[in-house]
Design a protein. Structure first.
Length: 561
């Protein structure tokens, strides 16, 4: 075994112990008593959990989940943030707790940042810049941003990944996978939260976020889509200074979109900015199908020439044409208070319509609309509407594609920005033209004729192949060669239990046979003898006793008798 392997195993065990201590501290000892975590929990059950001087029992289970993620650091915080995008899987109370996270971190000193730049940009990296300010202008859990100047005087922002963060994330993903499998297998009451799927989704997302070449590609694609639009500005990327762990982009000297006092100095007011900025966002979604998935105020700036600039392209969303139409149907059904239309849209959102009780869903939709029946459209709180829709997703286990959930959440965020700029901003009134235009395009005569032509072609192909296919089936029936595949689902647990039982029964039969055989040898007094007792019989009793004890210990250890 190499020294590196030993070190990695030691690091893994150390991280396991850290995770277990935090889980126990916040009252999740019921999780860590199961394998593989129970190997590390000796002596911890007597630990009295406290948080800020208060027993953790005074906090809700969801609050304690947030506390665990906070204390375990970057990976778990990021996991919680990404999991908060799945209201179709997680309950509203837990989503509210997970949304409280802020992605801030203490800055890394110059001595730790230099090695990253050295490894990524080469030994002469400082000669390629006029200057680098090692005091960060922003610091987050994965990276921090530094201001720099290229040879030639161009001001740039260097986004530099924290040293060692990739190894920590990989280690924690390994632990999260084990925790997810444990929770799904041992705690059926939480299986509906689909922890394994949440970890898979997180793993995919975090790997993308940690590859800065992908973020650079997002910026370049975004710039191409809005080329020629004089209302939006996309920062320039410098590929020659960009790697997986370092991103070099144009430094944006702009005004934060919520700084209304400074915006007035360049001749733009909040109402105008809300209308222009959010219309640009709708254009991203409905016209281009490629949108900024984290449009909070810190990521939106206004340049001195009044152009709007989005920054941080690490989290982007994509919407295909069919999903745009699906979203349009959903929004129109909500705004028109169409019970049947909303039910149909929600069922189309789901990946598995068969499991949804449509009659109960219809009654809940009627109740949903009754809550807004006497309220004017301008008074409807979109956050409340989305929370109510999310409850329907969760209650009826309507599994929504993650890109659509990301979009729905982004729309709520961008509406919040609009209301900060203009308290009278009405997202419903402003989004309707885009939705109507999308549906008009969907049902345009030219599109419908193409759809009809394609459908006719498919029907013609079916009609052509149907007689031959039917003839093949009849021939197989006549020859007795028609086979039907039958698959049992949901019997894995029973199968495992039967496997365990059969092994234990076989083991018990062997032990019983050894005891019976040894008894016959003793009664028959067959030599050789040991202290007056037949040696073979004595030896058989010892082995049978050892095997029986082992069987008993195994049953007690796994809690299955």
């Amino acid at each position: 075994m190499t020294a590196t392997t030993k070190t990695s195993k030691t690091t893994l065990m150390g991280r396991y112990e850290k995770v277990i201590k935090v889980l126990v501290k916040y009252g999740f000892a019921d999780v860590v008593v199961h394998p593989p975590f129970n190997r590390f929990t000796k002596g911890m059950r007597r630990f009295i959990p406290q948080h800020n001087g208060l027993p953790v029992t005074q906090f809700t289970r969801y609050e304690r989940v947030r506390m665990v993620c906070e204390e375990l650091g970057t990976t778990f915080i990021k996991f919680a943030q990404i999991a908060s995008n799945r209201p179709d899987i997680l309950p509203e109370e837990l989503i509210e707790e997970l949304e409280k996270f802020q992605d801030r971190a203490l800055p890394i000193p110059e001595d730790n940042i230099r090695p990253v730049l050295l490894a990524e940009l080469g030994p002469d990296f400082e000669k390629r810049f006029e200057s680098i300010d090692y005091q960060p202008i922003a610091s987050a859990s994965i990276a921090q941003v530094h201001r720099a100047r290229l040879i030639g005087g161009q001001d740039v922002a260097l986004k530099i990944q924290r040293p060692g963060i990739k190894d920590t994330v990989e280690l924690d993903i390994n632990i999260l996978k084990r925790l997810a499998r444990l929770i799904e297998n041992r705690f059926p009451q939480f299986a509906s939260y689909q922890p394994v799927e949440l970890v898979k989704m997180f793993e995919k997302s975090i790997r993308k976020e940690m590859d800065f070449t992908l973020e650079a590609a997002n910026m370049q694609r975004f710039g191409q889509l809005f080329r020629g639009n004089d209302k939006i500005y996309v920062p320039t990327v410098y590929p020659e200074f960009t790697t997986e762990q370092v991103l070099c982009m144009e430094y944006i000297d702009g005004i934060k979109c919520t700084n209304l006092a400074e915006l007035e100095t360049i001749g733009i007011n909040g109402k105008e900015l809300a209308l222009t900025g959010i219309n640009l966002y709708f254009e991203q979604v409905f016209n281009h199908g490629f949108f900024h998935a984290d449009p909070h105020p810190g990521n939106i700036f206004v340049k001195r020439d009044k152009r709007i600039c989005f920054i941080d392209y690490g989290m982007m969303g994509t919407v295909v044409e069919s999903d745009k139409h699906l979203l349009a149907d959903l929004l129109l059904a909500v705004y028109d208070q169409d019970v049947y239309g909303l039910k149909k849209a929600l069922l189309r959102f789901s990946w598995d319509e068969a499991k949804v009780n449509e009659k109960n869903l219809e009654y809940d939709i009627i109740e949903f609309f009754q809550n807004y029946h006497s309220i004017g459209l301008e008074e409807i709180d979109t956050n409340e509407v989305m929370a109510a829709l999310n409850s329907l997703f969760f209650d009826y286990k309507i599994k929504v594609p993650s890109n659509l959930l990301l979009l729905l959440k982004a729309l709520v965020i961008i509406e919040g920005v609009g209301l900060m700029l203009d308290p009278q901003y009405d997202i419903i009134q402003n989004i309707q033209p885009y939705v109507r235009r999308l549906l008009e395009k969907k049902y345009a005569p030219k599109v419908m004729s193409k759809w009809a032509l394609r459908s006719f072609g498919e029907l013609a192909q079916l009609a052509t192949s149907l007689p031959a296919d039917a003839q093949d089936v009849i021939k197989k029936i006549k020859k007795g060669k028609l086979h039907i595949e039958f698959e049992h689902k949901g019997l894995e647990a029973l199968n495992d239990m039967l496997g365990v039982l059969s092994k234990r029964i076989a083991f018990a039969i062997i032990v019983g046979a050894m005891i019976l055989g040894s008894s016959l040898l003793v009664i028959a007094k067959i030599p050789p003898f040991y202290k007056g007792v037949p040696a073979l019989g004595f030896f058989g009793f010892v082995v049978a006793g050892f095997l029986g004890l082992r069987l008993l210990i195994s049953m007690m250890k796994h809690g299955r008798f």
